[in-house]
Design a protein around this ligand. Structure first.
Ligand code: FE2
Length: 425
């Protein structure tokens, strides 16, 4: 016989509006919501993570054992007195269940706290379980973090270091970008928890993450059963775009350097840039492979082939991983040329048709045998393209406030910044 326990959530609140499709039923006074817990408490295999958090909607996903038959999220605005319930759906994958709840009718730029339930048992809740919806205007200042090459095996990865530094930040980034090679060695689903979600759990429970795939994520024979199963991302989930406040973000899938569906993807990129022309103050492109660089990786032609597209369409920032190091390049034009007479590489004004490319591939691993040295001809043809390089465990944080974009590179161990620049428009 099933062990039934009744949880009663007592709400002393007045429901003033029925803004959700949730089970909270009406504009009447609600005295109690009964959530019936069935059976033994399911095992929480993966802490909840946030995806596609927009102005009016959000997706919360967590992973449980296969015993779960129903899931839901209870959520409320922080400081608010109305509580909502939303039921989710279950997707089986490799012997586990993704419990997924899509929240709708949310208020923009609003912080909500949430609790996750499977089979009626509360599996996680507390002060760190919250999310903030994106703004519905283009004036809101915001910040985001970025890094690549993150999830290696326990003990061979330092991924918990950047995750801890981000979780500790006084100004919490609004979301994160994953610059490919998200999970080593082959992007297999079975490694996602130990290699990525465990070290990043304190970040992912309240900060959405938008990854693109890298060459390692493509090594598995069953890519569609791994990367695509783990994430909810816009478009086809390989390459996609989304806007946040006054900035357009474009994630590309550079696969092994030759790009996934190259023709189609570049057409889509050009079309996306064309459709968004003049609509945003900033455009950030992110992908796994580098173009010209002075790291130990080769220069990837397919990326260099996009320089003209980036420059002609007012892309401001291009982020990549792949080389497990940090390297910021001087602003490029469409031919990948820097301005030889520019001496100030920390404050930029009017970069018109130039973009700044940064390698941030030291999210979880460092190439121990290598050291950053742009003057070494073995690393690159022309070391003068480099504005700053430093071989350390690192990640970057951008702050966007109207026509000002500021960047800092952070040491993942100390949390201290070691490189910075600002662009004013
Ligand atoms: Fe890579």
């Amino acid at each position: 016989m099933m062990n039934k326990v009744c949880y009663i959530v007592v709400l002393c609140a007045l429901l003033v509006s029925c803004k959700s499709t949730s089970q909270v039923s009406s504009t009447q006074k609600v005295e109690a919501i009964k959530i019936e817990a069935i059976g033994t408490k399911p095992t929480l295999e993966r802490q909840p993570y946030l995806q596609m958090v927009k102005a009016n909607s959000a997706i919360i996903t967590w992973k449980t054992d296969a015993s779960v038959t129903e899931c839901l999220v209870i959520y409320s605005e922080i400081g608010g007195d109305t509580v909502f319930i939303e039921k989710g759906y279950l997707t089986a994958h490799e012997g586990y269940l993704f419990n997924e709840v899509a929240l709708k009718n949310l208020e923009p730029d609003t912080k909500y706290t949430y609790a996750i339930h499977s089979n009626g048992h509360v599996l996680a809740r507390g002060e760190n379980y919250y999310f903030k919806t994106s703004p519905d205007n283009k004036k809101q200042a915001f910040s985001f973090y970025a890094m690549g090459d993150i999830g290696a095996k326990e003990k061979s990865s330092f991924a918990n270091e950047p995750a801890d530094r981000i979780a500790e930040m006084e100004r919490k980034p609004d979301f994160g970008l994953g610059l490919g090679d998200i999970v080593y060695p082959k992007g297999e689903s079975k490694n996602y928890d130990n290699h990525l979600f465990k070290p990043f759990k304190d970040v992912f429970i309240n900060t959405p993450f938008y990854p693109v795939a890298g060459n390692h994520d493509w090594l598995s024979a069953n890519h569609d059963e791994n990367f695509k199963k783990e994430w909810n991302l816009p478009n086809e989930e390989y390459y996609y775009s989304f806007a946040y406040s006054n900035t357009l973000f474009i994630g590309l899938d550079s696969r092994d350097g030759s790009f996934y569906d190259y023709e189609k993807q570049t057409l889509w990129l050009k079309e996306t840039l064309k459709q968004n022309a003049g609509k945003h103050d900033w455009i950030v492109v992110y992908l796994h492979h580098n173009g010209k660089s002075c790291t130990y990786k080769k220069d990837y032609e397919h990326v260099m082939g996009l320089y003209e597209v980036f420059a002609a369409n007012k892309v401001d920032i291009v982020l990549n991983g792949h080389a497990h190091t940090y390297e910021r390049l001087k602003p490029y034009n469409g031919n990948g040329m820097v301005e030889q007479d520019r001496t100030n590489q920390s404050e930029y004004k009017d970069l018109e048709n130039r973009f700044i490319s940064i390698t941030m591939g030291a999210g979880g691993k460092l190439n121990k045998k290598w050291k950053a040295d742009p003057s070494n001809k073995e690393n690159c043809e022309d070391g003068t393209i480099v504005a700053h390089s430093e071989h350390m465990a690192s990640f970057g944080v951008f702050e966007v406030d109207g026509k000002t974009l500021s960047f800092k590179g952070y040491n993942s161990y100390t949390g201290k910044s070691f490189d910075e620049f600002v662009i004013e428009k």
